[in-house]
Design a protein around this ligand. Structure first.
Ligand SMILES: [Cu+2]
Length: 229
């Protein structure tokens, strides 16, 4: 999860987030190089009164400074498209979970099990157990097995919500009357926190998401406990 005064992204907890971090670093590198070059040119222009007469009307240099930026843009766009298609890929998921946004909590339904469903409300500050993050903890965690491709079906009951978990690189809108789909695979066990990311009303900030990635054994123990009458 995020730590105080953090500027960068959260650590990746899924292969897709790993890819997104790489793309971010790649794009930032290009931005830095261009910024330094432009700043250098600006410094040159304001510290000298000389003008290159050869660049005042030169077709060759115009061609170069038109084509070069186009190539740089393609070098950013292609890896971005690659990740876009990777995120869209859904190959034989081990588990499907349907989540529905409500004002103001998330409900979860494990559609592979009969009757495995629950609501996840935020834990109020005065009831918060020692050591859990304020405004991020929920009374029920969404438990998934580590390393298992999981399909999320996301919708909303009343207004627009958005199901977002930064460490997994997921942000999918929850829209009433529409079922959105996304997938993720957690790469290690742990708790991954997220929040609703669509302004949905007065308690928008108080409907967090907690994903608990654990071993398959723990997941089965948990699901059996949840299914007990
Ligand atoms: Cu919401």
């Amino acid at each position: 999860m995020a730590h105080p005064s953090q500027l960068g992204f959260q650590d990746a907890a899924s292969p897709i987030m790993e890819e997104l971090l790489h793309l971010h670093d790649h794009a930032m590198m290009v931005v830095f190089l261009i910024s330094i070059f432009v700043l250098y040119i600006i410094t040159l222009m304001i510290t000298t009164s000389l003008t290159h007469t050869s660049t005042m009307d030169a077709q060759a240099v115009e061609t170069i400074w038109t084509i070069l930026p186009a190539i740089i843009l393609i070098l950013i766009a292609l890896p971005s498209l690659r990740i876009l298609y990777l995120m869209d890929e859904i190959n034989d998921p081990h588990l499907t979970i349907k989540t529905i946004g409500h004002q103001w909590y998330w409900s979860y339904e494990y559609t592979d099990y009969e009757g495995l469903m629950f609501d996840a409300y935020m834990v109020q500050t005065q009831e918060l157990p020692e050591g859990t993050p304020r405004l991020l903890e929920t009374d029920h965690h969404m438990v998934v097995p580590t390393d298992s491709p999981t399909r999320m079906l996301i919708s909303a009951e009343d207004v627009l919500h958005s199901w977002a978990v930064p460490a997994l690189g997921i942000k999918t809108d929850a829209i009433p009357g529409r079922l959105n789909q996304t997938t993720f695979t957690t790469s290690h066990p742990g708790l991954f926190y997220g929040q609703c990311s669509e302004i949905c009303g007065s308690n928008h900030s108080f409907m967090p998401i907690v994903i608990e990635s654990s071993t398959l054994n723990s997941f089965e123990t948990w699901s059996n406990l949840m299914l007990e009458p």
